[in-house]
Write a protein that binds this ligand. Structure first.
Ligand code: NAP
Ligand code: F7E
Length: 336
């Protein structure tokens, strides 16, 4: 019987890490997940959900821990999902963001090289639409492609651009199998509540159950190309199964404002006018905003056969349904 493929996921405790672990375990992989910190609160949750996943302790800023993680997992496929990933947080923590989201990529690539794994390891780098910037003089037209101009608008976007280019450089310099997925916003039940979509669906559920009065938000006009995370991790995996390493945009080809998201989310609980429930919170404003993001996934669709199953209304609907179920259960357990 053939040996199972072995995958190492960094950022396994994050949104995409959970979806990807689920997919790879279902595909029969032996899955290893890098978990940071001496007492990470998400570790127990991860092990409860995926008992067959092997946790390896390590941190993208600690090169020796990455060497050990590669030696222990002996992974054929490495998915680098770990990052400081919140754009607002990156403005307040720019050096940390550069160290983890930027230089962390280099640390992991070097660890692959110095352990002699360059030729037998396929590497996925989690690049992002935040590299495009989406502002007046670099607007998306019919959608950003793999060849569009980059103009990042945050320490996060700048750090990701370094990660993107160092990954491409290692592909070109050392012939390594490295693919970069330029992923537009993707959301779902596993999304952190620090991101606007989940913050809204969590609040909508609480408001409808009388457990919260309003929601504090920043800018409501920015537009994003929002897809479902489960569809996007399938695309990541497809990139590493392809015959050649390359860069691919994953997006829906549609863009919607935060106001659009609010309208659909509140409608799910029968509230037609969301305005009385939303307050402006200056603390959520960023020093520079990304006005509009829209991606063109044609290359991934034609070369990889990637497609998305969940559309924008379907995404909002499943997130609200999930948060309603979570909140109802919590209310239930508190009822005497
Ligand atoms: P996420 O939920 O914020 O997860 C980030 C992960 O990185 C967490 O597991 C976190 O661990 C880990 N991490 C942070 N600092 C670390 C460090 N120093 N060493 C090791 N691990 C560390 O992010 P996501 O939404 O799943 O996104 C996955 C990747 O795709 C990220 O690189 C993100 O920047 C990128 N991306 C995301 C989107 C999107 O819309 N979701 C779009 C484009 C690109 P803890 O649990 O310990 O904090
Ligand atoms: O903000 C506005 C905010 O934090 C979306 C990350 O996964 O996708 C994500 O980055 C928009 C922005 O996501 C609040 O100003 C208003 O215009 O949900 P977000 P993001 O910044 O687009 C990209 C592709 C990534 O790569 C990142 O890792 O919503 N906004 N009010 C708010 N945003 C937040 N978080 N909270 C608010 O209260």
């Amino acid at each position: 019987m053939a040996e199972p493929k072995r995958a190492l996921i960094t950022g396994v405790t994050g949104q995409d890490g959970g979806h990807l672990a689920e997919l790879l375990l279902a595909e029969g992989y032996a899955v290893y997940g890098l978990v940071r910190g001496q007492n990470n609160p998400r570790r127990a949750q991860l092990q409860a959900e995926f008992p067959t996943l092997t946790v390896i302790e390590g941190d993208l800023t600690d090169p020796a821990s990455l060497v050990r993680a590669l030696e222990r997992s002996d992974a054929n496929e490495v998915f680098n999902l770990a990052a400081v990933s919140h754009v607002g947080f990156s403005f307040a923590n720019p050096t940390l963001t550069a160290d983890v989201t930027g230089k962390g990529v280099l640390n992991l690539l070097e660890a692959i090289r110095i352990t002699g794994r360059s030729e037998r390891t396929r590497f996925y780098q989690a690049s992002t639409s935040e590299m495009f910037g989406g502002l007046d003089y670099n607007r998306p037209g019919n959608g950003y492609t793999e060849d569009s101009l980059f103009h990042p608008r945050s320490p996060y976007g700048v750090a990701k651009l370094y990660g993107h280019w160092i990954a491409k450089n290692y592909r070109e310099s050392y012939g390594m199998f490295i693919s970069c997925g330029i992923l537009f916003n993707h959301e779902g039940e596993r999304r952190g509540k620090e991101f606007v979509t989940r913050k809204i669906t969590d609040a909508v559920a609480r408001i409808s159950l009388g457990r919260q009065s309003h929601i504090d938000l920043g800018n409501l006009w920015p537009k994003r190309d929002w897809g479902y995370a489960g569809d996007y991790v399938r695309g990541m995996w497809q990139m590493l199964q392809h015959s050649e390493p390359d860069d691919f945009v994953l997006a829906t080809g549609e863009t919607h404002s935060i106001e659009d998201f609010l309208t659909l989310a509140f409608a799910e609980v029968g509230i037609e006018d969301w305005r009385p429930y939303v307050r402006q919170d200056a603390a959520q404003l960023r020093p520079a905003e990304v006005d509009i993001l829209l991606g063109d996934p044609s290359k991934a669709e034609s070369v990889l056969g990637w497609r998305r199953d969940v559309d924008f209304p379907g995404l909002v609907s499943r997130m609200v349904a999930h948060d309603l179920a979570v909140q109802s259960e919590e209310s239930g357990t508190r009822t005497p």
